[in-house]
Design a protein around this ligand. Sequence first.
Ligand code: WT7
Length: 657
Amino acid sequence: MTVDSTAPSQPAIENLLAERRTFPPDPAFTAQANAKASLYEEADRDFEAFWARIARERVDWTKPFEQTLDWQLPFAKWFIGGTLNISENCVDRHVKQGLGHKVAYHWIGEPGDTRTITYADLLREVQKAANALKELGVKTGDRVAIYMPMIPELPVAMLACARLGAAHTVVFGGFSAEALAGRINDAEAKVLITADGGWRRGKATPLKPAADEAIANAPTIEHVLVVQRLGDAAETSMTEGRDVWWHDIVGRQPETCSPVPVDSEHLLYLLYTSGTTAKPKGIVHTTAGYLVGTSFTHEMIFDVKPDDVYWCAADIGWVTGHSYIVYGPLANATTGVLYEGTPDTPAWDRWWQIVEQYKVSILYCAPTAIRAFMKQGEEHPAKHDLSSLRVLGSVGEPINPEAWLWYQQNIGGGKTPVVDTWWQTETGMILITPLPGVTTTKPGSATFPFPGIEADVVDNEGRSVPLGGGGYLVLKRPWPAMLRGIYGDPERYQETYWSRFPGMYFAGDGAKRDEEGYFWLLGRVDDVMNVAGHRISTIEVESALVDHKKVAESAVVGKNDPLTGQAIFAFVILKAGVEPSDGLGIELREHVAKVISPIARPKFLMFTPDLPKTRSGKIMRRLLRDIAEGRTLGDTTTLADAGVVDAIRERSGAAEE
Ligand code: WT7
């Protein structure tokens, strides 16, 4: 692994670190805050006892756990001996406590249609959907793939699986048929839940054709459950005996379905994420620890109270949506907003209109969105009353101090705490974050590890770097929502996360701590790019390019981008006899979009006669990044043929779209 390959450029980091303003908590906020400074002390005294207390308080157990943690490095088991059902914890118990009338989701469709789903509605729909899955042959221990737009049936489907003890694997609706097939096959999913399509930027966007294409190469799928979202706006073909409409089969089910109690460590879901190879990893999350970690962090970090209206603007297809739209918030009986559309449709004030209309009090989104809003100008949020907002969150990529300040001032009215939350698909829950009402924040810093979490910054040899220095972010203690492995590949789990620094979890991120111990996340240090908060592997894009019949070789790097954090820059060597052309450039970029997803489509593509390689034949990505960003080149002494760099640079003027 090349450790420096996609680290952000020096000017960006300097800019980040030069920011020195601090924001102490407002005493009025502190007085009412859920989080208390004493949590850190409690967790430091005995972190197992700390998590055990939280697990006892927050979870309705069908059988209490006997042991808090079994840590056979790197394999963790939490809350051993306990049994529970997570759908019961997210829905039934709230209804039993008289909260059936409380809104679980205010759903807003892109064309403006809306639905209000109370906890009583959710309980009924989850039970009916679970009965339908049973009728389709789903049993405890099976896997179910879900490929859906942002509609209420998506969380219902996830909870219905969990009610039966079947694991879900949600595949983001923007992924290609090929990506979907790969995930279904790895998970050996029995049923696929999808929709005829969804609305995207004013257009009906079919999903079922991609689902059909995927299933043609995914033999484990026995049935397809299809939600009708587009209706007449799409032509949907159904395969007799295999495909069933959701409204037909779910519609006629009995309204009760007993939750299946499962072991604490029972597989809850798989979520595929890009690593440093072409094959995405199925990240394994289990039941009890995940419920404890997501619900507790949600309540503390967002200061969620019974009357709040909470909006996490991510897609449920990513871990942010799993943990902080579905499981964490529902476990806390939160009222949430679920929005199908994009920030720019029908206009750039759509989000602010939603905040005003629904009196959203907590907003959680990605720096990419904030930077896009900044670019559009203050006048869009200024048109709306945003005074209901009291906590703002950021996630997915480093937030530059300018964006942090713009967010706090223009969206938060200069008064709300901003929580910059660092975590990953693998961590399951937020791990580095301020606690609102407790932490003095610095724009651009995710501040400190959450209570009970031990994070460190280490050098190449795994030695802790003194305050003021930078290195690799590691975690030194297990935490309840941590991944339990990579599906079907324990060796890769060990190798990817636990072998770089023995005994420590290697996050793949660079970090620096300032003199006061604040953590500043500096971006990925491996072959993973972060494009608009989406994690994409350079190698995945390279193999999609090489998969095209005219391409001989390719190298992909992340180029700094003012809007999306990084943008994909592809260097391509064509096969002998193939002539480069603008048309071919477009064709290749489309090819990547088709093979992986439009989010992986290279923004820049350059044809090159050769690639810079070390004498051992490794592509020098650092050098390519320098070329992509137009910087003067660093040390090239390990380069096999220095002439290659000149050849590439001469052509780089023609690279941009
Ligand atoms: C990678 C994980 C966590 C949900 C969304 C992304 C980057 C995430 C931050 C942050 C700086 C961040 C890291 C991390 N990242 N949050 N607050 N500051 N970087 O999940 O797709 O698994 O990506 O996102 O590089 O490793 P993911």
